[in-house]
Design a protein around this ligand. Structure first.
Ligand code: SF4
Length: 64
């Protein structure tokens, strides 16, 4: 399982980063992304907080 961000849905609100700065960051266009090496930390409680914080449901847990 991995953390997946739907770039087309993301509105750059940064709520995922604020909720879980150890998991999420934003690219140059303010689109949310998962920090390198954290993609498979879907079980981390912080990842769940980031997923739940996204106002548009752009973050989800996906199959590998
Ligand atoms: S919380 Fe959602 S909308 Fe905001 S930057 Fe993260 S993925 Fe994008």
């Amino acid at each position: 399982m991995r953390i997946a961000i739907d770039r087309d849905r993301c509105i750059g609100s940064a709520q995922c980063v604020l909720a879980a700065p150890g998991i999420f960051t934003q690219d140059d266009e303010a689109i949310g992304e998962v920090l390198p090496g954290r993609e498979h930390d879907a079980d981390d409680p912080a990842a769940v907080e980031g997923i739940e914080a996204c106002p548009v449901g752009a973050v989800a847990i996906a199959e590998d």
